[in-house]
Structure formats: structure tokens, C-alpha cells
Design a protein around this ligand. Structure first.
Ligand SMILES: [Mn+2]
Length: 477
């Protein structure tokens, strides 16, 4: 029996992909106990975007959300996504902060940490993995389903991305201590027969106890086929989302896969009947999100452009939003055509946060300004300078000269430059009068301005009338 395990993304990637990560904790709570009874391998519930969105848009403490999820999810591990040395944010953090964040994630209820680096540079997930092994190991001693270290390969296509490349990277991550190896196909670029080949190769190369976990999307309409072919090749875990927020830029739907595998050697063991009332709840939530304008029904459609332009779903909706705000919606095709050019110039990084944002924003600038690299973001410069890590291919020297303007490149692990920072950030949060818990320092480290605004709001809420704040009328008192 090679029972297939399922991670449902309804609490994270599904609404991140469809509704700009705007699902609120109160929209999750009514069905958490039912979700816990389904028999999933894990429920994805946390990550950089949910963390940001909680504070920025929803006036929620992301740590409170995590603790609430954990309170209701007694059996099913909560899975999160960690961006290696970038943690939940968009810059490199010092190793002491990496250690502290991982400790607090497990302490507040995370069971499985999926860690990846946008550039597939193993040096960038070293510190995270060390911390996951340390704190996860302690958790695992009492509960073998928690404290899991899942190292993810950012799947992408391009000249360097051969079967051998992926197998070598997976073996490197396994040697570094990964319990699971994830194929993170954030853009649904992985085609069904390639998935079969890749999973087969990984199964042969990796230890039998290492679980292979596939994460894809249904942006291009191939997601269900990708999952099925991977299952035929022996994949252990696949990611799906309950149908109301599934498909399109999100994951393939859970229910059809459960039905497909029923009674076969791959049976998930999940009863379809248990999913129906939960899906009915999220149907209502999806309608609410659409009504408030967070859910753009366009993202549900099959978009074969992704196969050509190699743009992840989240990035595509970001580009659409950026252009819409600038009143330049008609430039979408031009921007999509510029993305692969920028990518080639900067050494073919996989397109995933933050490199997807960097490349995407630069492509928008190149098109809107009418001249390539006339305007360059700091992030683009840093990517070219090696400050995000090693890119798989050489830079385009002509573009690099235009972008860097003589700035020095580095070839060592970027975080080696960083001095410990937790105590310094803690002192800042305390000096500003916002410190209530160690987690606040991590929120502040991740998104300083967003966190500070959230802390102001929280203080006003908790202390009742705050005369300064009340005067602005911005914060509820
Ligand atoms: Mn994803």
C-alpha cells in the first residue's frame, strides 16, 4: 500500500493565490475542528505573505493566528513556508534571528517547516535547517508527526535546470538533514511526464525514509495531471486545496483527487463526505472575499501564458495589480515578454518570492520607463551583486555593468556579513513602547513599518483611549 498523503493549502496558499492572502482568522475558525478530523498529512497555514497580510490589512497578530490554529488543530500538523535566510521577509537576516524565529514558530504551534531558497543556494538554508533540526528535534522527541524539516527545491525551467541538477540539489538537502524533500513548482511549470521522471529519479536517489512532497499549482491547467503522474511515480505527499479556492493560480482541488484515488493502491484514506461541509463553508468565505474585492475571478481561469512566460500565479496577479494601479493594464503582454529577458540577465534565478518580485518589478520598470535598466531598484542591484546568494548561471555582463555601476560583487554566503541583530531590534521595539512578547521583535524584524502601524493599532485597542491616536481618528479606541 503506497497511501498518498495530502497537505491542504486552504488556509495559506489557496487564498494567497486567489484572494491576495486576505482570509481572516475568524473565517477559518468555524471549520478548524472539522479540518482536523479529515486525516491530512498537514494543513498549510502560515508563511511570509500571511504574516504580512495579517498585520498590514487585517489588524491581526500573525502569532495570535498561529496560536489559534494550533488550539483547534489538535491532530493535524500546521505547515509553514520559510524563505531560508530571508525568513518571512525580503532581506537576509542574521543567524541569531533565524534561530529565534524558528524556535518561536515551533513554540507557537508549527509542526512542519518547508524551507527553500529562491536561488536554490544551499548556503541560504543552512542556518534555518540547523535551527529546524535543533528545535524540531526537541518537538519530535515527544511527537513524531511534528518538528519536521522539509527542504524545498524551487522548481523552474531554463538551461541549467536538468534532472541531474534537481537530483543533486535534493541529495545535498537530504545530507543537510531534510526529512522531506519538496518539489516546489510554484508556477505550475512542471509538466505531467516531467513530474513522473523527476519523482522517479528522486525516489531512486534518496533514502527510502525521505518523503517526497510535491507542491504545484493549476495555473496552466496541468496541476491535476502533474499530481497524478507524480503519484504514479511514487510521490508521498501532494498539495491540494479545497474546491472553493482551488484551481487557477491556486492548487488543484482536493475533492477530485480524493475521489480519483479512492479504492486504488494510492487511496488517501480521506472520506469525501467529510470534505463537503467544510467546502460549503469556504464557498461562503470565497463569496465574501469576492464581494469585498479581494478575490479576482480572473485568477481561476486556465492561463497557458504561464508556460511561455514562466510567471508564478502570485506574481502574475501582482503584475496585474501593479499595472492596474498605474493605469497601464494594456502593458501586461509587454511586461510578460520582458520578464524572461530580465531573468536571463541576472543569471536565470528560479522565479519565486523574492526573486519573482525583483524580476517582475524590474520588468515593469523597464517597460514603463521605455528603456531597460534606466531605473533600477535596490533589490535588482543586490541580486546582481550576489547579495541574495549564488545565481545558477553567469550574469549578462552588459546588463550587470548598467545595473551595478561599479558596485562590488560578493561570492560568499551573504549572511556572513551580518552581525547578530535580535537584541538590537528588541531594544528598538522596547524603546518605541510596543514590546509585549518576544514575537513582536520578529514581527518588527520582518516588516518594520507594517509591524509598527499594527503595534500602534494594537496599543490603542488594548489601552482604550490614547489621546494622540484618538486625535488622528485612524485607530479604534
Ligand atoms: Mn505555491
Amino acid at each position: 500500500m503506497s497511501k498518498v498523503l495530502i497537505m491542504d493549502t486552504i488556509l495559506r496558499d489557496a487564498h494567497q493565490s486567489h484572494a491576495a492572502t486576505r482570509m481572516r482568522t475568524e473565517q477559518m475558525i468555524p471549520v478548524l475542528e472539522q479540518l482536523d478530523e479529515v486525516g491530512y498529512y498537514s494543513l498549510e497555514g502560515w508563511g511570509g505573505a500571511t504574516f504580512d497580510s495579517c498585520m498590514r490589512f487585517l489588524n491581526e497578530d500573525p502569532w495570535d493566528r498561529l496560536r489559534t490554529l494550533r488550539k483547534h488543530l489538535k491532530k493535524t500538523p500546521i505547515q509553514m513556508l520559510l524563505r531560508g535566510q530571508n525568513l518571512l521577509g525580503y532581506r537576509n537576516y542574521a543567524d541569531d534571528l533565524v534561530d529565534k524565529l524558528v524556535e518561536k514558530c515551533f513554540e507557537n504551534g508549527i509542526g512542519v517547516i518547508r524551507v527553500f531558497d529562491a536561488l536554490n543556494d544551499p548556503r541560504n538554508i543552512e542556518a534555518s535547517m540547523k535551527a529546524i533540526k535543533k528545535y524540531g528535534g526537541q518537538l519530535r522527541a515527544t511527537d513524531p508527526t511534528r518538528g519536521i524539516c522539509e527542504a524545498a527545491i524551487s522548481y523552474t525551467s531554463g538551461p541549467v535546470y536538468t534532472l541531474e541538477y534537481f537530483v543533486n540539489l535534493a541529495k545535498t538537502y537530504e545530507d543537510m538533514g531534510a526529512d522531506n524533500i519538496c518539489i516546489k513548482d510554484m508556477a505550475n511549470l512542471l509538466l505531467p511526464f516531467d513530474a513522473y521522471e523527476l519523482v522517479t529519479a528522486l525516489k531512486q536517489a534518496l533514502r527510502p525514509e525521505t518523503k517526497i512532497h510535491l507542491h504545484t499549482h493549476n495555473t496552466t491547467g496541468t496541476g491535476d495531471m502533474v499530481n497524478l503522474m507524480a503519484i504514479k511515480a511514487g510521490v508521498d505527499i501532494v498539495d491540494t486545496a479545497l474546491s472553493p479556492l482551488a484551481n487557477g493560480t491556486a492548487q488543484p482541488a482536493t475533492e477530485p483527487l480524493v475521489a480519483t484515488l479512492k479504492g486504488t493502491e494510492y487511496d488517501t484514506g480521506i472520506e469525501l463526505e467529510k470534505l463537503i461541509p467544510i467546502a460549503n463553508h469556504f464557498k461562503k468565505v470565497a463569496a465574501e472575499l469576492e464581494k469585498e474585492g479581494s478575490l479576482n475571478p480572473k485568477v481561476r481561469q486556465v492561463d497557458v501564458n504561464t508556460l511561455i512566460y514562466q510567471v508564478p500565479g502570485g506574481m502574475l496577479s501582482n503584475l496585474m495589480n501593479q499595472l492596474k494601479k498605474a493605469g497601464k493594464e494594456d502593458k501586461l503582454q509587454e511586461v510578460l515578454a520582458e520578464v524572461p529577458n530580465v531573468r536571463k540577465d541576472c543569471g536565470y534565478p528560479p522565479l519565486v518570492t523574492p526573486s519573482s518580485q525583483i524580476v517582475g518589478t524590474q520588468a515593469v520598470m523597464n517597460v514603463v520607463m521605455g528603456e531597460r535598466y534606466k531605473m533600477v531598484t535596490k533589490e535588482t542591484r543586490d541580486l546582481f551583486a550576489g547579495k541574495y546568494g549564488r545565481v545558477p548561471m553567469p550574469l549578462d555582463e552588459e546588463a550587470a555593468a548598467k545595473v551595478l555601476k561599479g558596485e562590488k560583487r560578493i561570492d560568499y554566503r551573504p549572511a556572513d556579513d551580518l552581525a547578530p541583530e535580535y537584541e538590537k531590534l528588541k531594544a528598538e521595539v522596547e524603546a518605541k513602547g510596543f514590546y509585549t512578547q518576544e514575537e513582536d521583535v520578529l514581527s518588527y524584524a520582518s516588516f518594520p513599518e507594517v509591524a509598527e502601524n499594527f503595534f500602534k493599532w494594537r496599543k490603542a485597542r488594548d489601552q482604550g483611549v490614547d489621546t494622540d491616536l484618538a486625535k488622528t481618528g485612524v485607530y479604534p479606541v
